[in-house]
Design a protein. Structure first.
Length: 80
């Protein structure tokens, strides 16, 4: 018997990735990791509504789509 567990990531109509069934963008988790060097456990402390599985899922999405997410981060930097 094999069990499969996955954290779902959903893309909105603009291509922005969200952690499914939350109001948290993947980029929010990624920025905590990049800007502050936060560990998944530290990110969980900042976002207690997210499970560690959801945080790891968001980071997995990032590393699998790094170029796309990094471009979104660059665009945010230009907007501010």
């Amino acid at each position: 018997m094999t069990a499969t567990f996955t954290t779902k990531i959903e893309l909105d109509d603009r291509g922005v990735a969200w952690i499914a069934d939350t109001k948290v963008k993947v980029i929010e988790v990624v920025l905590d990791k990049i800007a502050y060097g936060s560990s998944p456990e530290e990110i969980h402390f900042q976002h207690p509504n997210l499970s560690l599985a959801q945080i790891y899922g968001a980071l997995t999405y990032y590393y699998e789509n790094k170029d796309k997410v990094d471009e979104q981060i660059r665009r945010i930097g230009r907007i501010r």
